[in-house]
Each structure stands twice: as C-alpha cells, then as structure tokens.
Design a protein around this ligand. Structure first.
Ligand code: HEC
Length: 180
C-alpha cells in the first residue's frame, strides 16, 4: 500500500470513530429512562359517600370497614402482597391460567370468571360477582368464604394488607370498579 493511501485509510478510520463517539453521546443524551415515580400505580382517593340506609350501615359496621380501608389503601404496597399469589396466579392481561385462574380484571367480575379454567363445583356454584365484600371475605379466609373451594391458601388476616392487595387487584383492569 502506498503511503498516501495508508494516510487516507487512517483518516477514514479516525473520522468514523469520532462520528460513532458523537452519535453515542447524543443517543445517551436523548434517551432518558422513564421516571421511576411514574411507574407506580396511582389510585384515586374518593370521599366516602354516606350509606344508603341504616341497615346498610349496620351491615358494614359488623365487619371490616371496607370503604374506609380501601380509601386509605396503597396499591403499590398491595403489589408486594400479591407476590403471595404469584405461585398460582398470573396477573397480566391475557395471561395464562396456572394452578389458579388468571386474575386480570377480577375485581367486579363474575365468580368463576374464566371459561377455560376448571373450577371446583363450590366456586362454580357460588354465584354473584367479586365485589369488594366478596373479595375481602374470600381473601381473608378462602375456606370459610366459599366452603369446598380448592384454593389452597390460608388467607390474609391483616386488614391493611388485605385492603392494599384488593386496591392493587382493582388496578388490573381497563375500567376499574368504582371504590365503595
Ligand atoms: C396454592 C395456589 C394458590 C394461591 C397461593 C392463591 N390462589 Fe387464588 N386460586 C387458586 C385456585 C386453585 C383457585 C380456583 C379455586 C376453585 O376453583 O375452587 C383460585 C381462585 C381464586 C379466585 C377466584 C377467581 C375466579 O375466577 O373466580 C381469586 C379472586 C383468587 N384466587 C385470588 C387469589 C389471590 C389474590 C391470592 C394471593 C393473596 C391467591 N388467590 C393465592 C389457587 C391459589
């Protein structure tokens, strides 16, 4: 190779290197990772409405005050509680059934909500929807709430954990059920 050609080649390599470096810096500057605080879930905290009548108020007072618990609940903390469910359930939209059925959109859905899961007779015949009361009762004590169902899970006893979990489940929907 003649000296002149070699110089041209060396200059070419140098220029290419500088271009690559500048491009790299520019790309780094332009790309910013999503802000971590925006990755969290947000729930709207709405004021509690008065109960429709005394009977309804009494029914709520006997048990946990689900409305108050949910209005103070933290869905992000509930996501951590939901790790207990992940051995058996998938939460993503369109996710598969595992040991238990997929849970996307479960809040407000009919009991035994998916067609392609083989539910126990007890759950199939339970009737009604997974409203907040039904979910609190079931997740607190599955065996007591739906006797004979086959979810082998002891339940979550701490009311704030329960509320955070249900608040998280509520976010797993395109159209979350209004808070009670
Ligand atoms: C050991 C496995 C297991 C664990 C852990 C588990 N589940 Fe389940 N779950 C099941 C099974 C199995 C069923 C179906 C029960 C039946 O058919 O009787 C079920 C059913 C359900 C249902 C009713 C679904 C429907 O379509 O009606 C809900 C809601 C639910 N689980 C929520 C949870 C949550 C929330 C957790 C965590 C706190 C959890 N499960 C932990 C196995 C599990």
């Amino acid at each position: 190779m003649k000296g002149l050609d070699f110089n041209k080649l060396a200059a070419g390599v140098l220029v290419a290197g500088v271009i690559a470096m500048v491009a790299g810096f520019t790309a780094n500057g332009l790309y910013q990772p999503p802000h971590s605080e925006e990755r969290g879930f947000r729930i709207e905290v709405v004021a509690n409405e008065a109960y429709a009548d005394e009977a309804e108020a009494a029914a709520h007072a006997e048990k946990l005050d689900i409305a108050a618990l949910l209005s103070a609940a933290d869905a992000e903390a509930g996501k951590a509680v939901a790790k207990k469910c992940a051995a058996c359930h998938v939460f993503e939209k369109g996710g598969p059934n595992r040991v238990g059925p997929r849970l996307w959109g479960i809040v407000g859905a009919n009991k035994a909500h998916t067609e392609d899961f083989s539910y126990s007779k007890a759950l199939k015949e339970a009737g009604g929807t997974w409203d907040y009361e039904a979910l609190f009762a079931y997740l607190e004590n599955p065996k007591k709430a739906v006797p004979g169902n086959k979810m082998a899970f002891a339940g979550i006893k701490k009311p704030t954990d329960l509320a955070n979990l249900v608040a998280y489940l509520r976010t797993l929907s395109d159209n979350p059920l209004p808070l009670p």
